[in-house]
Design a protein around this ligand. Structure first.
Ligand SMILES: Cc1cc2nc3c(=O)[nH]c(=O)nc-3n(C[C@H](O)[C@H](O)[C@H](O)COP(=O)(O)O)c2cc1C
Length: 299
């Protein structure tokens, strides 16, 4: 049987949250029910699992979609608290954030910061064996400062019972810009025994097709915010016209805004929540519409 190529929507704080996901799933999920969504990372704050983060996973808006919660942690204690809470709330899969490049998180050893602590990763690997009902996956970068750092962790990762490893082929130092380190990615992924999901700078169906030759799946963030029909286009083998893609972008925002209207308190909150989506408007969209959208948040 041919191996299934996996399509995933990346976790993005403030963006790919329950309201946006539910609308994306409703508008573009038809015929691609297997597309997997991830919550933005769920964290421990002041010794407890942050309630707001958890609500994004337990929200009724998630019904019907394939959703995996993601956690960020600095040690096995935080990891256990998050996993226990999610297990209690029905999680069957959990993704481990080992790639967030946000400096305050990295300094505290969370996100990509944990890549510098193989001993902590080993403790977590050991702890994982106690949770046989949960399927774990990892999302990571090639290192904090140096792309060789991931390579040094390969054996440890191979020993973990993982569904897949998603790799963003940059270091944390690069943040979200600069060259993708494709040679280092190749060296790393060829040694990984788990399925490898490619993440980074994917914006066209053609790119997905090319990556399907080499990887087990793709995870897309900014590209899908700008072109929400990307997976539908890839699956159908037919690119949508620029006009249809622009309409898809606007329709997603319009619908997300009306879902949020019922959740948020007042127009100022709604405007602040909607604003970031406009940063990802398709380059072809009329600049006046984008400017107005950024200013007012509305569609
Ligand atoms: C605003 C923003 C928020 C993000 N939040 C998360 C997050 O919560 N968890 C995570 O693993 N990655 C997060 N990421 C990283 C994305 O999931 C993804 O790895 C990154 O954008 C690169 O993929 P892309 O080029 O397809 O966008 C975030 C990125 C951005 C720009």
């Amino acid at each position: 049987m041919e191996k299934e190529f996996k399509l995933m929507v990346a976790p993005m704080q403030g963006l790919t949250e329950a309201a946006w996901r539910s609308v994306h799933f409703r508008l573009f999920g038809e015929g691609q029910r297997d597309v997997e969504y991830f919550t933005p990372f769920i964290r421990v704050e002041k010794g407890e699992v942050r309630a707001r983060d958890l609500r994004d996973f337990t929200s009724g808006l998630n019904v019907g979609m394939r959703l995996t919660p993601q956690i960020i942690f600095r040690d096995v204690e935080e990891w256990r608290m998050l996993v226990e809470t999610l297990a209690t709330n029905g999680a069957e899969r959990i993704d481990l954030n080992m790639g967030c490049p946000f400096v305050p998180q990295v300094r505290k050893g969370r996100g990509a910061g944990i890549l510098n602590y193989p001993d902590k990763i080993a403790q977590i690997a050991n702890e994982m064996t106690h949770y046989t009902d949960i399927q774990f996956s990892v999302k990571m970068r090639l290192g904090v400062d140096d792309p060789g750092e991931a390579l040094a962790l390969v054996e440890l990762l191979n020993e973990m019972p993982l569904r897949h490893v998603t790799v963003h082929p940059r270091t944390a130092k690069q943040q979200y810009k600069g060259n993708l380190l494709l040679e280092d990615m190749k060296a790393f992924s060829s040694k990984l025994r788990h399925p490898v999901i490619f993440n980074g700078e994917i914006s066209t169906p053609m790119q997905i097709e090319e990556l399907a030759q080499r990887y087990d799946g793709v995870m897309i963030g900014r590209g899908i915010l700008a072109r929400p029909s990307l997976f539908a286009e890839y699956r159908s083998g037919r690119e949508w016209s620029v006009k249809d893609r622009e309409e898809a972008f606007l329709s997603l925002l319009r619908n997300t805004s009306s879902v949020l209207e019922d959740i948020l308190c007042g127009s100022a909150q709604l405007r602040d929540k909607m604003k970031p989506y406009w940063e990802y408007a398709p380059a072809t969209l009329d600049k006046k519409i984008v400017k107005q959208g950024k200013k007012s948040g509305s569609v």
